[in-house]
Write a protein that binds this ligand. Sequence first.
Ligand code: ADP
Ligand code: MG
Length: 339
Amino acid sequence: MSDIIKLLPDHVANQIAAGEVVQRPASVVKELLENAIDAGATSIKLMVKDAGKTLIQVIDNGKGMSMTDARMAFERHATSKITTAEDLFNLNTKGFRGEALASIAAVAHVEVKTKRDSDSLGTLLKIEGSKVTSQEPTVTAKGTMISVRNLFFNIPARRKFLKSDQVELRNITDEFHRVAMAHPSIQFSFDHNDNSLFQLPTSTLRQRVVNIMGPKSNEKLVPVEEETELINISGFVGKPEFARKSRGLQFFFVNDRFIKHSYFHHAVVSAFEGLLKDKAIPSYFLFLTVPADSVDINIHPTKTEVKFDDEHSLYAIIRASVKHALGQFSVQGIDFNLE
Ligand code: ADP
Ligand code: MG
């Protein structure tokens, strides 16, 4: 009997990886926005057609890629961001797995136009289902434009299970909010079907939150600031009356990366103890800064679940700092009422 185990061809391996990384149009948006940030862009434009089912395009003014790097970027496990396993414990970039572009290109029609500042000509590369169909020199500005068309064109089951445009657009908007909120110093825009949904100028964190959440949110934000040896916390919690029954305005960022954390969520909710009506859930926009080697981001491909050293201590610090902020707020509130 002959042996029966074979290595999968790259395009098949990429399609399997894509199942984890690219679940819906919003996943593509997240990966492309994060790449633009890692490229040092100061201005990032997101353009979407039909909730991402027809087109997702991100244009940045970051450092761009050479002709060869533009091709390499689509290889699996190809990254400029880490070189050794030790680097995994000290990450300063959003990306490091080197699989987003390879995964996206496995399940869509992708076009990249990119140029470095030092090059006189840029490069235009087209890839369909992991196969490069053309690459040619092109005249373009410094930075990178990536267009992703016909997502899941070769996986009909996935395409069929995409939700309505309204739901997919909601998911894209959530990703956009998370990235834009974490980077108020970067200018962002977001257009859907040629309508401008967001134009976010460079601003302070408070202004960015207000630009995203709407002008009414300004008076509802209570600042939270705490510096300890284990963690620095900054950001805002919404005043108790701003709390709603539905979830949705809860944001934790760790070292400028959006994460979900039910244990820390509990820490914030419990700090509101006695202030909330009918199980309402408070809003918060909290930036946690910890040493890069005290958090493991590499426990899930989408990197929204992370693991901290000493979560119990962090819980206590988060809870205390929110309580402290709310306490100050209510004292100020009373002073204000007496005036
Ligand atoms: P990762 O971000 O984990 O490195 P990706 O597949 O997302 O993996 O990207 C692969 C590589 O392509 C990156 O490491 C980077 O060198 C390059 N790249 C991707 N997007 C951009 C961009 N917008 N500008 C410049 N370089 C980029
Ligand atoms: Mg990436």
